[in-house]
Design a protein around this ligand. Structure first.
Ligand code: GLP
Length: 238
């Protein structure tokens, strides 16, 4: 595991964007695993800026998102489908983009379909991850047993509370999600984990403590051969 300590959130975004510039420079037809959440907003802004300046090109690249609420209409402003279109997909030139379908009638069949789509694309070259305050990656919540493939999960209270800030008063917040499993994340060649802000200090502390806490899903990443954690001083103080 490699750790890059940044002075600010802006620096995290620039350093992470450099990974994409290099990745797509080396392999223009890369398969990128993408994430959502507040942490990724600045990275996506930086990628859009570089695309507009002609410094990065996604025209041969494909993307697979980590997760999506369930059930949720793609047109819902808080769906990850909307988030990705608004923050990245409508502003750059990906060859193809994929997310788990929050509108699928049969969520279990949708999980298998998503795994098959990912497998036939050849797997992920560079996987982007954020971390939940409880240590979740994607929507893989702390548990005794972790799913390997894409699965339907119930969200924990702490995740619902953390993500409630994105939903308006009276707006129904889904309490389930479709998420890539730990196996799909692990099958990625390289993994980038971004951690920013004091709210992530405590969980980052557990991650860096050096023990494999199995109740912190992000700790499982410590076993992966190519993980880079990009973290700011605020989160690293915990
Ligand atoms: C959601 C996503 C995660 C993300 C997490 C952290 O729960 N499913 O993939 O890592 O949010 O989000 P934020 O960056 O807003 O703290």
């Amino acid at each position: 595991m490699k750790k890059i300590l940044c002075d600010s959130y802006e620096e995290i975004c620039r350093v992470a964007a450099d990974f994409y510039t290099r990745q797509l420079g080396d392999k223009p037809d890369s398969i990128l695993g993408l994430a959502t959440g507040g942490t990724m907003i600045g990275l996506y802004e930086e990628l859009v800026r570089r695309y507009q300046e002609g410094k990065i090109d996604f025209s041969k690249a494909r993307s697979f998102n980590l997760d999506e609420y369930y059930p949720i209409k793609k047109s819902h402003p808080q769906s990850y489908d909307s988030y990705m279109r608004e923050n990245l997909f409508d502003k750059v030139n990906f060859l193809k983009t994929s997310l788990p379908d929050g509108e699928a009638a049969d969520p279990i069949a949708e999980c298998s379909r998503y795994d098959e789509e990912l497998e036939s694309a050849g797997g992920i070259d560079l996987m982007l991850l954020g971390i939940g305050v409880n240590g979740h990656i994607g929507f893989n919540e702390p548990a005794k047993t972790y799913h390997l493939g894409t699965n339907l999960v119930g969200l924990t209270e702490s995740t619902l509370v953390a993500n409630s800030r994105f939903f308006g008063p009276g707006e129904r917040q889904p309490d389930q999600a479709l998420t890539m499993g730990i196996g799909s994340i692990f099958a990625s060649n390289k993994i980038l984990l971004l951690i920013s802000g004091t709210s992530k200090g405590q969980i980052a502390g557990r991650l860096f403590e050096g023990n494999l806490h199995t109740d912190v899903p992000a700790c499982l990443l410590l076993l992966h051969p190519d993980v880079t954690i990009i973290i700011d001083r605020e989160a690293d103080g915990g």
